[in-house]
Each structure stands twice: as structure tokens, then as C-alpha cells.
Design a protein around this ligand. Structure first.
Ligand SMILES: Cc1ncc(C[n+]2csc(CCOP(=O)(O)OP(=O)(O)O)c2C)c(N)n1
Ligand SMILES: [Mg+2]
Length: 891
């Protein structure tokens, strides 16, 4: 073969490529895209069959998904929309700058919204549906963009200047604005908390699925509303952000739209300096089955791309890494000409008619309303899959020297006079040089075209967003008879509190009023909790129904999936389950539907694993019941260190509106759930519940008369001593599965040691603690008033003897109420790492069985001078306790 010079080879390659392209163009023109697709498919198969390895790529070129030819014109008045957007930009920046003038260190963010302004404004003017006259869109706003959302609400006349002035000064008179979206703090405004990054995306996914669930179950009219989730590109590094993206594709959730603001920067610097975050995300989402729409380049690029017959420009666009793109954002047009276009003389030729200034001003897709509009429209029209829009933007857009594209821009909260002046001029805000130092807010007069336009747009789209309110009406109190059977006890039959719960749940599901509102949620543990009967009773929700013959079809309790199934079986996915819990527990506000979620999980994988989602649930004013199953460090036999939970009751303390209980008996559980339904769904309180349930079986006693009030307040006397006049007295506190140990200790103390002991069931140290502090606070602030007495102190005011507490949780739980007790408390608990062992051995190991209750009681009597130490020594011996055994708390 003749040697061909490299130059000629390149020429030949180019000719060859052109011929193939021309052929393809011919097919495209004559047969349309479908024919091209078929040919390419066939060619791929042919190449593979002949040994050509075709590398896998889920990527498309680094250009807009919607080409200039495909795009539609944008409705509305672009000039007015641009002016409105500029005003929003100004006020958003001004509120942060002013907040930081007034008070050093109050913080706030300018650059996130600066990059996202067009993404939001196109939504506000053309897409986001308000809640008036039907259900509206559900929008998860990027937390750090909050100033922009407030700035728009100000133009809309929904919040006033005092609010803006008090951004991040929430305790100020006249009302402040919360730093980020917090429904707890602004319950008429924000619907969903997002600022803990990664939680917005996963909550949005499960929200979209829950919307379908309500529709499929006939609890909501099918509608056109969408779930929008706005997130940062840096945020997608959070495992929660991408961890659940296969679900919406699998479930064909075309009611879900992600908008990822790809400004290529996070807090410290570039998201992928040496790579391309947009291409990485495209591959991830396409691979998961999403419709991906890239909006990378603004309209100025269209004529250049049209001229790019040889694909040189597209190739160049695709080879620049993000760190370099960021550099272009801060550099001059001359630099861009030299470094971007200068890579090839043919590229330079393409832009020779453009000035440096024009090169600099070529916009990006996420800043061009028409590109954003088309991307949103494509998302709205897409059927059968969720859509993600990858919009390229510049972080700190418009801030110029103050931070545009710079690595420091995320933290930029101050602008000097020059920078403010430049910003004002760039966006044409009518504020004079004389006033600029004051950084005034700007709102045109009420009957200006801008205000009239934005009001009209929102009216047409169903009202203002975000906007939150309770859209439900109270339910009637549940029928008492649902709960009564549990008050009676089991007459000696053994049952666990988990079994009791499942029985109660199954009764609630059958109830003619409440039944349809109940949403059981379980992360692949239904059999663990003995709930499999519910599969058949109410079905497992699946939009597709059941398109296979289940393997256990011939059994009574077969695995039934149904499109109107009621159980949300989330798989091994506590984060997803919690997101479903939040969607179901906030449906009273979102959809006006009082769904009552019961989320049951392995208690150790609750607070420890998804504590931040529980915090978000609290902020969201979620209602419902979380049930920590198999809980207690010594009650779950065999599982060991990772599973045995002696912590979760403690971890419930920090969540202010979470009411937690550790019930021991069937009637306690029934009383708590009945009252919970009443408080949350009849009285409509913004609280939710955490109940631990156990799998240890014992006989359930009958409810003692008058116990109800104490069960709810946190403690009641379960059994009085049969020897109240004994010289030696004790008060024993037991909780959950340890209460039977305490009852046994009571009997031994009376019969063997002549100690008359009363037994208290403590259902919630947390409730006692909170009430104690509330009373203490009142007394502190009302020194002249008659001092009030905490409930726990009232209970024990006349109770004689030593005080001993035992629970299956850390000792700090009983210790938290010690200050209100008449005498010092001795605490037994399960601090330390669990072990795989039997229940009895675990209780010995952690020193919480009846023997330790006995010994602790005797030791306390010795300490009070009521008994000789030798009696304790004898007891230790008699009960085979090794006094020198290692401390379980640190072993
Ligand atoms: C879970 C969590 N970790 C850290 C932060 C702190 N933080 C706030 S914004 C931010 C960077 C955001 O980058 P990106 O998601 O790209 O958003 P952008 O502001 O660039 O739009 C970080 C690290 C947070 N809010 N939440
Ligand atoms: Mg970013």
C-alpha cells in the first residue's frame, strides 16, 4: 500500500466523513428521523457483528437538546418580563446586602439566585400553577435562592418592605423572613423545606409518586399539576439527590420535573473542575430512564451552530472542562477569542464578524428565557417519563467584579458602592447615584405595566406561589370502639406490642371512615413485623397493578400488588419511605386530603440513618405515626450491635413537635394512637408521633382505671404496693419491654426483702421532660405567681421510698426528669454497644433485668441508711451477679 502523507490522510478522512454525513442528510430529508434511527440501529448491529467494539455512551453532544429549528416562540411580553426579572434581581441582592449592613454576620446568598433568576421567572410567568381553582404545582425551591423568591413576592405585593428589611431577622417586630424555605416558620408561604441539600430531590420524587397514589386510589382527582424540584449541580453530589432517580422512571412519573441549575460551581469552587458535571448528570439520568433536556447555550450561539457543518464547534464545546468554562466566565472577550475560538483557525473564522464585547456577551441557555421556556414546555409535554432540565448558568450572574463566576461568589453577601452602581446600571434599575449607597428596595407603582403584568400572569396561572395553607377540614373523631378491645387485656394470652399495633392498624384499615385515609409505609420489613396479612387485605400499591402471577398466588396471604393498593412497600429504603411519609403526612395542606401515614421500620435505621429527613418532616408540619419496630437494646434478640436500638427514644428529644412514647402494653398503645389521631386530624395540631414497638410477647393486662390521662402525660401508677405500710418503700419506674422486669422485681422485693414498692409505667420521659421544663420556665418568668408543679413532681409528691428507673434505652432518658423528683433517682439503662445474644443474656449484660432492679433498690435503701450493706451483698450473690463484670457502657 502506498504511503499517504498525514496531511492527505486527514483530508481523506474529512471527505469520507462528509460523504457519510451527506448520505445521512439525504435519508433524514427523504425519510425523516425515524428512518435515520432505524438505519443507525442497523448499522450498529452490523458493526458489532463484525467485531467493532462500540463504546457505551449515554451522552448526547454538548449542545442544546432542543435545536433552534425545533424551538417555539415564547408567548407573553419579553421586554416586561426582563424588566420584572431585573427588579427581582435587584431586590434579592439588596435584601442580602442590607441585612449584612445592619448586622455583621447575618449572612444570606446573592449568587445562587443570580444564576437562577431566569429559571424561576420563566416558571412564574408561564408555568407554575397556583393552588386556586384546583390543585396547583408542587415546587421545591432551591434553599439558597430564597432571597429571589421573597423579592418576587414583594413585587407581587404579598410581603412588604419591612419583611425584606428583616430578612434573616425573624424575631423583629413587623415580621421577618426566614433564611430558607421553612414551613414551620412561614406556614402561609413555604410548603417544603429544601436547604439541607439532597433532601429536596428525594422528597420531590416521592411526592410525585404519592400524587399518583392518591389519584390511583381515588383520593384525588387526576390533574395536570407537576412537581418541580429546583436544585444545584453541587447538590447532586448528595447521595439522596441521585439515589432514588430510578423510581420515577420505573413508575413513569411524567408529573415530575427536575431543574438543575448548572452553574458549574458549588461553595468552595467548581463542581467538576476537571470534567463536565452536565454530561455526568445527563448520563446518570438518561441511564435511569429520564427525559433529559439540556439548555446549555443562549440564542446568540444558534447562527454559529447553524454554520458548523463539520461539527468543529460542537466538538470544541464538548472538550472544554468546567474549570475552564468558569475561567471564560470571568475573562474578557479577547481571552475567549484566543483560548476558546483560537483552537482552530476555522473556528476563529466563524466569529470574525463579532467584536470581543459580543463574544463576551454570548449568553448561556439558563439565562436565555426562550431556551428555558422551550425546555419547560418540552418537560410539560413529555409523556411516560420524568424530565430533568440541565440548565447552564453562571454563578453570581450580573455581579461583575463583586463575584460573577468567582470561586468566592457563594459567600458574597456584601457589595460596595461601585459594585452596586454597576449592578444597577446593568439591569437598568431606576435608582439614582445619590441613593445607591442606601441600597433601597425598588418597586414600581401599583398601576405600572410591570406590576399589572405579573399580577395578571399569576392570576391566569391560579394564584401566587409558593403559598401554603391547611386545605383540609377536620375529620370526625374515630369511633371509640375501634380501640376498646385493647383496653381489656389479653387474659393471659401472650402478645407483643408489634402484634397489637398490626391488629390495630388492620382494624383502622377496615374502618368505614378512617380506613381509606390510612397509608401503611414499610421498607421491606412487613414480614418482620407480622404484617403480611395486610398484603392481601389492602394490597401493595403499584401503578401498573400486577402483571405477573405471584409465586404464592394459591396461598391466603399472597403477595398482592394492585393499582389501588394501599400499602407503600418501599423496598430497603428508609430515606424513600420517610419521603413518602412526609408526602402523606402533609397531604392535608398540599391536597386537602387527611391521609394518616403509619411508617414502620427497624427502629435502629430510623433516627440514626434518616434523622435529617425526620427534621425536615417536622419543619414541614407533617402529621402521622412513625413506629420504631424491634426496638430496645435488649428486646431484639440475636441481631447485635448494628440493630439493637437503645438510642432512638433519646434521638426523638431534639425534634420539637414530635411526640414520642415507649409503650409497654396494648392499652397504652391504643390510648396513644387514638389520642394522636384526635390531636392531629380532629384538632389539626402540627405534631407527629414516634412510638417504639417490640416483638417480645407477654400477657397484656387490663387498663387500670383512670390511667388514660397519665399514659398520655408520660407516666401513671400501674400497680400499688400490696404492703403500703412496710418500713422499706420504693417507687419503681419501668418502660416498654422492661416494665415486666420491673413488675417482677416488685414481687421479689415485697416477698423476699419486705420492700413495699409501687410500679409506675413511664410511657414517655420526653413528655415528662418537656412539661417539666415548661412549668419551670413559667415559674421563672412569674416570680410573683403561685408556683406551678410539674406533672412528674405531682405524681411523686407523696410517694415514699427510694426511686429506681429501668428502661431499654440509655440512662440519660430517666435522668432527664431527675430534677423534678423528690429524691435522687437510680437509673438502669442500656448505654453501650449491643451484642448478638438471647434476651435474657442481653438484660444480664446491660444490667436491666429484674435482678438488677432488685439490687439497685436495695442499694438505694442502703444509701439512705435504711438497710445494711450486707443485705445488698447477699442479694448480689443470691442473684448470681458478678460485681466485677465489665461495664457494658464501654465494652
Ligand atoms: C446537607 C448540606 N450540606 C452542606 C450545605 C452547605 N451548602 C449550602 S449551599 C452549598 C453549595 C451549593 O452548591 P450548588 O448545589 O451547586 O448550588 P448553587 O448555589 O451553586 O446553585 C453548600 C455546600 C447544606 N446546605 N446542606
Ligand atoms: Mg452550583
Amino acid at each position: 500500500m502506498r504511503n499517504i502523507a498525514p496531511k492527505d490522510q486527514a483530508e481523506l478522512d474529512a471527505v469520507e466523513s462528509r460523504e457519510w454525513r451527506d448520505s445521512l442528510d439525504y435519508v433524514l430529508q427523504s425519510g425523516g428521523p425515524a428512518k435515520v434511527q432505524r438505519l443507525l440501529r442497523e448499522l450498529t448491529v452490523h458493526a458489532r457483528q463484525n467485531g467493532v467494539k462500540i463504546p457505551f455512551s449515554a451522552n448526547t453532544p454538548y449542545v442544546n437538546t432542543i435545536s433552534a429549528e425545533e424551538q417555539v416562540l415564547m408567548p407573553g411580553n419579553p421586554d416586561l418580563e426582563r424588566r420584572i426579572k431585573s427588579m427581582v434581581r435587584w431586590n434579592a441582592a439588596a435584601m442580602v446586602v442590607r441585612a449584612n449592613k445592619a448586622e455583621e454576620g447575618i449572612g444570606g446568598h446573592i449568587s445562587t439566585f443570580a444564576s437562577a433568576a431566569t429559571l424561576y421567572e420563566v416558571g412564574f410567568n408561564h408555568f407554575f400553577r397556583g393552588h386556586e381553582g384546583g390543585d396547583g404545582d408542587i415546587i421545591f425551591f432551591q434553599g439558597h435562592a430564597a432571597p429571589g423568591i421573597y423579592a418576587r413576592a414583594y413585587l407581587e405585593g404579598r410581603i412588604d418592605e419591612i419583611h425584606l428589611e428583616n430578612f434573616r431577622r425573624e424575631t423583629k417586630a413587623g415580621g421577618g423572613l426566614s433564611s430558607y424555605p421553612h414551613p414551620w416558620l412561614m406556614p402561609d408561604f413555604w410548603e417544603f423545606p429544601t436547604v439541607s441539600m439532597g433532601l429536596g430531590p428525594i422528597m420531590a420524587i416521592y411526592q410525585a409518586r404519592f400524587m399518583r397514589y392518591l389519584e390511583d386510589r381515588g383520593l384525588k382527582q387526576p390533574g395536570q399539576c407537576k412537581v418541580w424540584a429546583f436544585l444545584g449541580d453541587g447538590e447532586t453530589d448528595e447521595p439522596e439527590a441521585l439515589g432514588a432517580i430510578t423510581l420515577p422512571a420505573r413508575e413513569k412519573l411524567d408529573n415530575l420535573i427536575f431543574v438543575i441549575n448548572c452553574n458549574l460551581q458549588r461553595l468552595d469552587g467548581p463542581v467538576r473542575g476537571n470534567g463536565q458535571i452536565i454530561q455526568e448528570l445527563e448520563a446518570a439520568f438518561r441511564g435511569a430512564g429520564w427525559n433529559v433536556v439540556k439548555a446549555l447555550w443562549g440564542r446568540e450561539w444558534d447562527p454559529l451552530l447553524a454554520k458548523d457543518r463539520d461539527g468543529l464547534l460542537v466538538k470544541r464545546m464538548g472538550e472544554i472542562v468546567d474549570g475552564q468554562y468558569q475561567k471564560y466566565a470571568v475573562e474578557s472577550g479577547a481571552y475567549i477569542r484566543e483560548h476558546f475560538w483560537g483552537a482552530d483557525p476555522r473556528l476563529l473564522e466563524m466569529v470574525k464578524h463579532l467584536s470581543d464585547d459580543q463574544l463576551k456577551k454570548m449568553s448561556l441557555g439558563g439565562h436565555d428565557p426562550i431556551k428555558v421556556y422551550n425546555a419547560y414546555k418540552a418537560a410539560m409535554d413529555h409523556k411516560g417519563a420524568p424530565t430533568v432540565i440541565l440548565a447552564r448558568t453562571i454563578k453570581g450572574y450580573g455581579l461583575g467584579e463583586a463575584g460573577e463566576g468567582k470561586n468566592i461568589t457563594h459567600q458574597q453577601k456584601k457589595m460596595n458602592e461601585d459594585e452596586l452602581r454597576a449592578f444597577r446600571t446593568r439591569f437598568g434599575i431606576p435608582i439614582s447615584d445619590a441613593d445607591i449607597a442606601k441600597t433601597p428596595f425598588y418597586r414600581p407603582v401599583e398601576d405600572s405595566n410591570e406590576i399589572k403584568y405579573l399580577r395578571e400572569r399569576r392570576k391566569t396561572l391560579g394564584g401566587y406561589v409558593p403559598s401554603r395553607r391547611n386545605r383540609s377540614t377536620a375529620i370526625a373523631p374515630p369511633a371509640g370502639e375501634l380501640f376498646e378491645e385493647f383496653h381489656k387485656g389479653t387474659e393471659g394470652r401472650k402478645a407483643s406490642t408489634t402484634m397489637v399495633f398490626v391488629r390495630l392498624l388492620s382494624k383502622l384499615l377496615r374502618d368505614k371512615d378512617l380506613g381509606r385515609l390510612v397509608v401503611p409505609i414499610v421498607p421491606d420489613e412487613a414480614r418482620t413485623f407480622g404484617m403480611e396479612a395486610l398484603f392481601r387485605q389492602v394490597g401493595i400499591y403499584s401503578h401498573a397493578g400486577q402483571v405477573y402471577e405471584p409465586v404464592d398466588m394459591d396461598t391466603l396471604l399472597y403477595y398482592k400488588e394492585a393499582s389501588d393498593g394501599q400499602i407503600l412497600e418501599e423496598g430497603i429504603n428508609e430515606a424513600g419511605s420517610m419521603s413518602s411519609f412526609i408526602a402523606a403526612g402533609t397531604a392535608y395542606a398540599t391536597y386537602g386530603v387527611n391521609t394518616i401515614p403509619f411508617f414502620i421500620f427497624y427502629s435502629m435505621f430510623g433516627f440514626q440513618r434518616i434523622g435529617d429527613l425526620i427534621w425536615a418532616a417536622a419543619d414541614s408540619r407533617t402529621r402521622g405515626f412513625m413506629l420504631g419496630g424491634t426496638s430496645g437494646r435488649t428486646t431484639l434478640a440475636g441481631e447485635g450491635l448494628q440493630h439493637q436500638d437503645g438510642n432512638s427514644q433519646l434521638l426523638a428529644y431534639p425534634v420539637p413537635n414530635l411526640v414520642s412514647y415507649d409503650p409497654a402494653f396494648a392499652y397504652e398503645l391504643a390510648v396513644i394512637i387514638e389520642d394522636g389521631i384526635r390531636r392531629m386530624y380532629v384538632n389539626q395540631e402540627s405534631i407527629f408521633y414516634y412510638l417504639t414497638v417490640m416483638n417480645e410477647q407477654y400477657a397484656m393486662p387490663e387498663m387500670p382505671a383512670g390511667a388514660k390521662d397519665g399514659i398520655l402525660k408520660g407516666m401513671y401508677k400501674f400497680r400499688s404496693s400490696s404492703t403500703p405500710n412496710a418500713k422499706l418503700r420504693a417507687q419503681l419506674f419501668g418502660s416498654g419491654a422492661i416494665l415486666p422486669e420491673v413488675i417482677k422485681a416488685q414481687e421479689i422485693l415485697e416477698s423476699k426483702y419486705s420492700v413495699g414498692a409501687d410500679v409506675w409505667s413511664v410511657t414517655s420521659y420526653n413528655e415528662l421532660y418537656r412539661e417539666g421544663h415548661e412549668v419551670e420556665r413559667w415559674n421563672l418568668l412569674h416570680p410573683g405567681g403561685k408556683p406551678r408543679t410539674p406533672y412528674v413532681a405531682q405524681c411523686l409528691a407523696d410517694a415514699p421510698g427510694v426511686l429506681i428507673a429501668a428502661s431499654d434505652y440509655m440512662k440519660v432518658l430517666p435522668d432527664s426528669i431527675d430534677r423534678w423528683l423528690p429524691r435522687r433517682l437510680t437509673t438502669l439503662g442500656t448505654d453501650g454497644f449491643g451484642r448478638s445474644e438471647s434476651r435474657a443474656s442481653l438484660r444480664e449484660f446491660f444490667e436491666v433485668d429484674y435482678r438488677y432492679v432488685v439490687v439497685a433498690t436495695l442499694a438505694a435503701l442502703v444509701r439512705d441508711g435504711k438497710l445494711e450493706a450486707s443485705i445488698v451483698e447477699q442479694a448480689i450473690k443470691a442473684h448470681n451477679i458478678n460485681p466485677d463484670k465489665a461495664n457494658p457502657a464501654i465494652s
